[in-house]
Design a protein around this ligand. Sequence first.
Ligand SMILES: [Zn+2]
Length: 250
Amino acid sequence: MNKRGYIAIAVIVLAAGAAVAYFGFLRPSAGNTPSSAAKGKVIVALDAGHGGTDPGATSGDFNEKVINLAVMKKVEALLANDPQIRTITTRSVDVLVPLEERIRIAVDGGASVYVSIHVNSFSQADVAGIETWVDTTRKPADPTWTLAAMLQDALSAATGARNRGIRTQESYTQRTTMPAVMLETGYITNPAERALLFDSAYQDKLAAGIVKGLRDFVAWRAATPPAGAATSPAPSTAKTPTPATTTKKP
Ligand SMILES: [Zn+2]
């Protein structure tokens, strides 16, 4: 083959390569659709705090980790056949999972929302109620604030517990950019609230509140442009707080 022949073949190969690149790669990636989105479900990572050798907050023989796992499993069950949400869990038994591993499980599982379930404690037994915690590094435009507001409102409404609002604290949830919160579902050091936290019927209410908050958030996100293009404010139901102050527990 002469030199012109080689050039002709080279041109054909290049053109074919460009076509493959365009139709085979660029167009699908332009849609940026992971398999989960293709199935139309938002993946929520449910994290039951502590576990195994880490009991979490304690009061006498009562351990936080037991409540966290029980409530998490109830949320998982309630969302088992949800048309909008699929859940993954960072632990399903009484085992200690390192914090970085919890985030890795969520990210690798394709999660776009992270909810960590906890129980609080304090030196004064009269302190009771529900709080939602957001990492201090989250910017005001971060949808984490809306997630926190919707979960905090739904949890308070579902349980009738004292609404202690949204708090900020530096936490491991800053290891991911997905909306991520830590729920403090009550105080193990308050005798009345502790009794409720270990009661299956009350755990059902907590789980229902978490599910309500998650559904509200998924609906809000579906109706809201992604961050950067976001110019429309959150709906009136989402009382997005200003993350200006850092509050110490409780
Ligand atoms: Zn905890």
